[in-house]
Design a binder for this molecule. Structure first.
Ligand code: SAM
Ligand code: SF4
Length: 329
């Protein structure tokens, strides 16, 4: 088993497989002027598979495929199936914007996808367009219904943004009345590729919860799963549940079991660090599995206590400004 220097078990890898995306969610990417990494700088499938094999031997049990939009990368379903067959990997999940996935959903279980986080910030076509700058609302809804049809456990992720989608909070919770899904409201973070502060008037965990309670006074707290990043609630009689992810307030660091690998091969031991070592460099310089293992253990032996410390330790104190598409969320 893998542990960090604060005694936290590490068993979960978030693998961002591409920095490319077909949407332009304004909280994640600027509308124009995005500089994607040259393709040769992205980890190849073979490189990612090798890294996962090594990590699985060390104690990684769960993988989340994310991006950018994972399904933009050709051959993604085959790659997922390969990862799923690796000894030690017990759970494989995917985060997607759902714009390209309806036709793939029937094969999700076959390739080993256990559950899906579907990003959907609005149930209104116009607001969806204003947020994502693309007209793909109906495609995402088609994916949503297809996931239900094929009985794939689904969570909806919605970033809460003042002046953008507050009116969606109630209708989204009503989805949990009708469907067995978990809807999770995420505090906006400044990972938008512009270096600008996120919201002026932030909707943090207490504010989101107050808003929900005033509309659903019977809402009850339910037990949070181990390592959960969300505080979870349920409205009695509803089929699904509601979660709030205090991602900017960073209330979940104490039980964090995850590391991240960026599309360009940086290992992140915290969402808020700016990469603790370059795995791709080791691999492309002919490093052995043993080299990689040693570097990983060293990184985990120096892991920041929480997201505030990780942010403070960034290179030259550089503030958080990169696009979330280069991290994977
Ligand atoms: N493209 C896929 C998607 O949208 O689901 C996967 C990658 S996306 C970067 C992963 C998650 O990060 C999404 O749920 C998205 O809403 C969230 N995210 C992106 N930028 C964010 C920000 N600035 N603050 C909070 N969450 C963010
Ligand atoms: Fe693309 Fe996901 Fe970022 Fe939206 S949140 S721009 S879908 S990577």
């Amino acid at each position: 088993m893998l542990y960090d220097n604060h005694g936290r078990q590490i068993n979960y890898l978030r693998l961002a497989v591409t920095d490319r995306c077909n949407l332009r969610c304004f909280y994640c990417m600027p509308e124009e002027g995005i500089k994607y990494m040259p393709k040769k700088e992205l980890l190849s499938y073979e490189e990612m598979e090798r890294i996962v094999r090594i990590m699985a031997k060390m104690g990684i049990r769960k993988i989340r495929i994310t991006g950018g939009e994972p399904f933009l990368r050709k051959g993604m379903m085959d790659f997922i199936q390969t990862l799923h067959s690796i000894n030690g990997i017990e759970q494989l999940n995917v985060t997607t914007n759902g714009t390209m996935t309806k036709a793939l959903v029937p094969d999700f279980k076959k390739v080993g996808i256990k559950s899906v986080n579907l990003s959907l910030d609005s149930l209104d076509q116009k607001r969806f367009f204003d947020i994502t700058r693309r007209n793909d609302f109906s495609k995402v809804m088609d994916t949503f219904h297809q996931l239900l049809e094929y009985d794939i456990p689904t969570k909806i992720n919605a970033v809460v943004m003042n002046g953008r989608n507050i009116e969606d909070i109630v209708p989204m919770i009503n989805l949990t009345r009708d469907y067995p899904v978990s809807v999770r409201f995420i505090e906006e973070m400044p990972f938008n590729g512009t270096g600008e502060q996120a919201q002026v008037e932030a909707w943090d965990y207490p504010k989101i919860l107050d808003h929900i309670k005033s509309n659903f006074p019977t809402i009850k707290k339910i037990k949070d799963p181990k390592h959960s990043t969300s505080f979870n609630y349920k409205i009695p009689g509803f089929k699904g549940s509601v979660g709030i992810i205090a991602a900017y307030s960073r209330l979940f660091c104490g039980s964090c079991n995850r590391i991240r690998l960026t599309p360009q091969g940086m290992l992140k031991t915290c969402l808020y660090d700016d990469g603790v070592f370059n795995i791709k460099k080791i691999i492309r310089n002919g490093g052995t599995d043993e080299h990689l293992k040693t570097a990983l253990l060293e990184a985990l032996g120096n892991r920041a206590k929480d997201g505030f410390e990780a942010e403070k330790n960034r290179t030259f104190g550089r503030p958080v400004s990169e696009s979330m598409a280069t991290i994977g969320g």
